[in-house]
Design a binder for this molecule. Sequence first.
Ligand code: FAD
Length: 461
Amino acid sequence: KQTDWRGIAAELAPVEVIEEPVLIKKRSRDFFWYSPILNAQLKKCFGDLVARPATSGELAQCLAVAYAHDLPVVLRGGGTGNYGQAVPLQGGLIIETTAMNRILEIGEGFVRVEAGALMADINAALIARGWEMAMFPSTQDIATIGGFVAGGSAGIGSIANGALREKGNIISLKALSVEEAPQERVFDAEEALQLHHAWGLNGAITEVTLRTVPTRDWIGCMATFDSYRDCYAAGYALAQSEAIGRKLCSTVEARIVDYFPRLEGHLTKGRHLLVALVPREDMEAFHALITAQGGTVDLALDDTERRAKGIPHVFEFAYNHTTLQVLKADRTATYQQYGVGDPSDAEAVARLGAAVGEDVWQHHEFARVDGRIVAFDLPIIWFTDETRLRQIDDTYRAHGFSVADAHTYHVEGGGLKNADYRHLAWKKRMDPKGLLNPGKSRAWEMVRHLSADDIEAKAKD
Ligand code: FAD
């Protein structure tokens, strides 16, 4: 039956709603267009109405209205996800959380915030008190903490503090169910993982308590190398170093660096780039490490010096911002996500680079997972068609690298929620009608008819 959206808007009052079609279309998109495959699939998917609750009470009201009318619901923070996580596949109500943005408590080693708070605002409030977020994505200026917990995985800080899912990083969260009378439940650190990276399928997060770390006087560093092999090896050495504190360590092929016009004149041309954030007191050791690895430090600036020179923050050349710098110039580029088999093996990385073809330009991020250094490649890929993309995936696999596909809108596709029914038991409890982000989980379609306990039992099989 046709939904009376004007009537729904009236029922949502006093919650702010957005009804202008152009604005609804804008809020139906995220950064899925990084992928030409997702772009073709998702570019015509739009919601019908946007609600902007300002409190968890207002959010509960939105969910109750959705439940009463069987409306598909997509939660949305800043809309910066890359896999179409925030795109409504079946139309319906978009609930934008950015008005729920209060920082509720800052204490020793933790911060408690509403889900719609922007990470840049959280970091600014923390830094003023001597703390900072243990990790955050380079999109912190427009991305929300709820969106990071529900849609992200790691970021700047992960080289020191691990991935978001690691013990201690998410301390607890609160989330609302989608029922006649939505319930707000508290999830402890262990249970919170059932909502983490579940793309808003398993409840509407209202509040998050996260680990924080003492802030340091960070220097943004850029070093250059003649060969990408040496650049990667230096990245690994820095990632491994016990003597140098660092919260970012990335390496980027010279061909990609040519797409960074704002760094022109600041870096030696034609060289491969290592990007890092290093505390001021460790700069001498950093210089020594780079020299020993055959590189030179071209730039080392604190925030004040960087601003005076008009240079963007170093993290705008790392993680998925690296890809964005290329996409700004040429939309035929895309990327993929590969785990490096043995991160200490720079030769294997160089061999792969030579084998994979001229349409793949390497870019590595180093992080720490379960205490061990890992590296993943987020290469620029000059897209021709999906067959060639899958050939590239196969070449990586043949060289011992793993693939976390960035070109699927199914939550199971990227790796974190693979065949994991336990989180779907929580979905059944939190969203019995399956209204949240419908169409994004293949596994849910297979178990939605079961009870939460039966789904949980399936997880233990
Ligand atoms: P959105 O895109 O709005 O939402 C993400 C998912 O979370 C959606 O499925 C949405 O439905 C769900 N969601 C949002 N709010 C809630 C809520 N309150 N309750 C339940 N579900 C909710 N990601 C990383 O992990 N690390 C990076 O370093 C990183 N770098 C990036 C760089 C660029 C240039 C770009 C474009 C993206 C990058 N990303 C990265 C992806 C993304 O920016 C982050 O994961 C970001 O934290 C998402 O936050 P958001 O507010 O934009 O979420």
